[in-house]
Design a protein around this ligand. Structure first.
Ligand code: NAI
Length: 454
């Protein structure tokens, strides 16, 4: 008999198990694959290991801007992949050890919700049944596989890849076509371009990066074009055959050749076959419906992470897991979805939180905005020869609170949290002006831009 049964051992699941155990609950987490989920095994972390190698390579190959000359710099892809494996193993090993130390059970089997008994929720896994007073569903998401002609066959033959296989490629493809210019597509375009592929990103919209600020999207596109990535915008992929990717642009069919194709057109919550119907959990187009306390419609059953389809980011999953556990413990807690930072870990990085100017205006909020070159930060100027990054701030013209911060430029991923805190705490510009930032850091750009808000 457990206090909490957790289905899925990704960021939401393993963190919930840790927090529950730390608070004295008897928790068990069921994981059919590797602990750590997509994020640790085939997403956030492995891609960051690859992208760091791309950055080091870029700095070595273009070091002359800083007076550093390196001859014959090259990126050893096989080594990069093996280092990535080492990083992933170290981190997943760390989670296993922490769960053990805290006394949370890790059950390495597929768990299926069987129903409810008088004592609580029943999960079957590995030929046994487990009962828990509370349930947390954290089964994550899977890649969207759209009905593109020839796609399924191409995935079977290994010509087309998802985020999982692209991080395991033994050889760098000569020509890599990427379907979708969202986060995965852009990060992998950056890495494989550095590794030597001729990369073409085919994006259905007229811009890359989804909802990011349009000026930032253009800036990032130009930066990636400078290293050799080619973009085909307003182009919808319709067919994959042989070694060809066919797309429609302005009503006309065109095709490009490729050695490999990456499919990165989004992910969808994973809810099939886990037994939701046995306890009557409501879903909507495959996602579990939750409120800001991460409750489902079934008393005692919670859902956190990609499976609720709200924000689909690992850091949101962490917070949702904590909120679910706190509510289980009787401590009322809510997720503030207005202050969730988003990052694209390309070179340059893109980091943002809160509303863009357009989004704020669309909500009828009267705003004041400021845009400033990152070169106003001495540290940025010293470390980014020829850099053209910038920051945009959006504030409520009436109440004076900061509503959003949007940046393109390196290190922005590391200090966006400062802006997140300001947005989350509904801080007013007058109060933010009193915060002391360390000098010289790129983070000072927030302070500089705050004083530009008129
Ligand atoms: P995405 O939703 O970010 O981007 C998909 C793109 O594909 C969109 O721009 C869409 O317009 C385009 N598209 C859709 N169908 C198309 C077609 N037939 N032809 C051409 N373009 C088409 O999805 P992505 O990149 O697969 O990422 C999935 C999830 O992984 C995201 O929800 C994201 O939250 C998460 N992720 C987050 C990262 C981060 O925080 N840095 C990194 C990687 C993934």
């Amino acid at each position: 008999m457990y206090d909490l049964l957790i289905l899925g051992g990704g960021p939401a699941g393993y963190l919930a198990a840790e927090r529950a155990a730390q608070s004295g609950l008897k928790a068990a987490v069921f994981e059919k694959s590797n602990i750590g989920g997509v994020c640790l095994n085939e997403g956030c972390i492995p891609s960051k290991a690859l992208l760091y190698s791309a950055k080091i390579y870029h700095n070595a190959a273009h070091g002359e801007k800083y007076g550093v000359k390196v001859e014959n710099a090259f990126l050893d892809h096989k080594y990069v992949i093996s280092r990535k494996k080492k990083v992933v193993e170290m981190l997943t090993g760390g989670i296993r050890a922490k769960l053990k130390k805290l006394g949370a059970s890790l059950i390495s089997a597929e768990g299926i919700i069987k129903g409810r008994s008088l004592e609580g929720f029943v999960i079957a896994a590995g030929g046994k049944e487990y009962v828990g007073k509370f349930l947390l569903i954290a089964t994550g998401s899977v890649s969207v596989i759209p009905p593109i002609e020839g796609l399924k066959e191409s995935l079977n033959t290994g010509f087309a890849l998802t985020n999982r296989e692209i991080l395991e490629l033994k050889q760098v493809p000569g020509e890599l076509a990427i379907i979708g210019g969202g986060v995965i597509g852009l990060e992998m375009a950056n890495y494989y371009c550095a590794a030597g592929s001729k990369v073409t990103v085919i994006e259905m919209l007229d811009h890359i990066g989804g909802n990011v600020d349009r000026d930032i999207s253009k800036n990032l596109q130009l930066s990636l074009e400078k290293i050799g990535v080619k973009f085909l915008l307003s182009s919808k992929v319709t067919k994959i055959s042989g070694r060809q990717v066919t797309f429609e642009k302005n009503g006309k069919e065109q095709a490009i050749k490729a050695d490999k194709v990456l499919l990165s057109i989004g992910r969808k919550p994973f809810t099939e076959g886990i037994g939701l119907e046995n306890i009557g959990v409501y879903t909507e187009r495959g996602r579990i419906i939750t409120d800001e306390m991460c409750r489902t419609n079934v008393a005692g059953a919670y859902a956190a992470g990609d499976v609720n389809g709200v924000s689909m980011l690992a850091h949101t999953a962490y917070r949702e897991a904590e909120v679910a556990v706190n509510n289980i413990l009787g401590k009322k807690d809510y997720v503030d979805y207005d202050a969730i930072p988003a990052v694209i870990y390309t070179n340059p990085e893109v980091a943002s939180v809160g509303l863009t100017e357009e989004a704020a205006r669309a909500r009828g909020i009267s705003v004041k905005a400021a845009k400033l070159s990152m070169n106003y930060s001495g540290r940025y100027a010293a470390e980014n020869e020829g850099g053209d990054g910038f920051i945009k701030l959006v504030a409520d013209a009436e109440g004076g609170a900061l509503l959003g911060c949007h940046m393109v430029g390196n290190y922005s991923s590391e200090f966006i949290v400062a802006a997140s805190m300001m947005v989350q705490m509904r801080m007013r510009i007058a109060d933010i002006k009193k915060i002391v930032f360390p000098h010289p850091t790129v983070s000072e750009i927030i302070r500089e831009a705050i004083f530009e808000l008129q």
